[in-house]
Design a protein around this ligand. Structure first.
Ligand SMILES: Cc1cc2nc3c(=O)[nH]c(=O)nc-3n(C[C@H](O)[C@H](O)[C@H](O)COP(=O)(O)O)c2cc1C
Length: 282
């Protein structure tokens, strides 16, 4: 719809996009105002935002927004676009890091920390850049399943997860070290996995890097492979969701007390070799 007022020519448009390739039945609506061809205001919403329990549908919200914008524009074209500026800002250019290690245990001096240390040693031996993330030391809100990241490519929460996604975006190899907690990963690490959904949304909306590799190292107190089944499924699903190739796993059972892992013969070499192999692109 074309609106001419205050001597300017505005175009108000509602666009419908089928996102069913991402999630079944997902539809995204964008309401935009351009002035003389330049974007002035943008509002986005998608069908996954609305619970069946609320009397709102994405299409109705988009159309109601367009109606309100038309009325606002006609009433005061100078003041109106304030607050609806196109945004958010683009994601930063990735700060490239060769190896990113996510140390998923809340124990700062535990077995996963030792695994993480061996992994970082391997990268430093090769003169590669390394960053280590300690989720349990950070401020990360849980994902609330609002699906608004599929509108913008950004999460609604501005906390430490923004920086973690920046680091993941720029990593060549990502190593996750996790203990088994009640057959799955500890809560702090799970926050990172769930909130990385915003990075998935970003990749869907703007494209993402390819060629990243993900390596998994898991420690269990009990004996037997069954202890790892859920954790490896969770972590491989995480990597697959983000287009990160699964480059293998090192699973260590019967390791319970802090630093038990040091007595496992040859484990340090195994970890370093696996990381070096990934960094070499093999
Ligand atoms: C809350 C909690 C739950 C655990 N659940 C399991 C479990 O389901 N299976 C298992 O084999 N070990 C379990 N463990 C043992 C840890 O996996 C084990 O102690 C591991 O070495 C901890 O790694 P960290 O030293 O890096 O923290 C659990 C430990 C805690 C504290």
């Amino acid at each position: 719809m074309e609106i001419v007022c205050g001597g300017d020519r505005y175009v108000l448009a509602v666009q419908r996009e089928d996102f069913s390739a991402v999630y079944p039945g997902m539809v995204r609506y964008s309401v935009t105002i351009t002035r003389d061809g330049r974007p002035e205001a943008v509002f986005r919403t998608n069908s996954y935002e609305y619970s069946p329990l609320v009397p709102l549908r994405a299409e109705e919200v988009a159309m109601a927004t367009a109606d309100a914008w038309e009325a606002g524009l006609r009433a005061d074209p100078v003041a109106f676009p304030e607050g609806y500026r196109p945004g958010p800002l683009p994601h930063p250019v990735p700060l490239l890091t060769d190896l990113v290690v996510i140390q998923g245990s809340p124990r700062g001096d535990g077995n996963c920390s030792i695994l993480a240390g061996w992994a970082t040693d391997a990268a430093r031996d090769l003169g590669r850049t390394v960053q280590v993330i300690y989720p349990h030391d950070l401020d990360i809100h849980c994902c609330i399943g609002c699906y608004q990241c599929y509108n913008t490519g950004f999460c609604v929460f501005a906390d430490d997860m923004t920086g973690i996604i920046d680091v993941i975006r720029g990593a060549s190899v990502i190593v996750i070290c996790s203990p088994v907690y009640t057959f799955t990963v500890p809560a702090g690490l799970k926050l990172v996995l769930d909130r990385s959904q915003a990075y998935h949304a970003e990749r869907v909306l703007t494209g993402g890097r390819n060629g990243q590799k993900g390596l998994v190292m898991v420690v269990a107190g009990r004996q037997g492979e069954a202890n790892f089944t859920c954790v490896t499924r969770v972590l491989s699903a995480f990597f697959a969701n983000l287009g990160i190739a699964y480059a293998g796993e090192i699973l260590i059972d019967r390791v319970d007390a802090t630093r038990d892992i040091r007595v496992t013969t040859g484990l340090g070499d195994k970890v370093r070799e696996a990381v070096k192999r990934c960094l070499a692109g093999k």
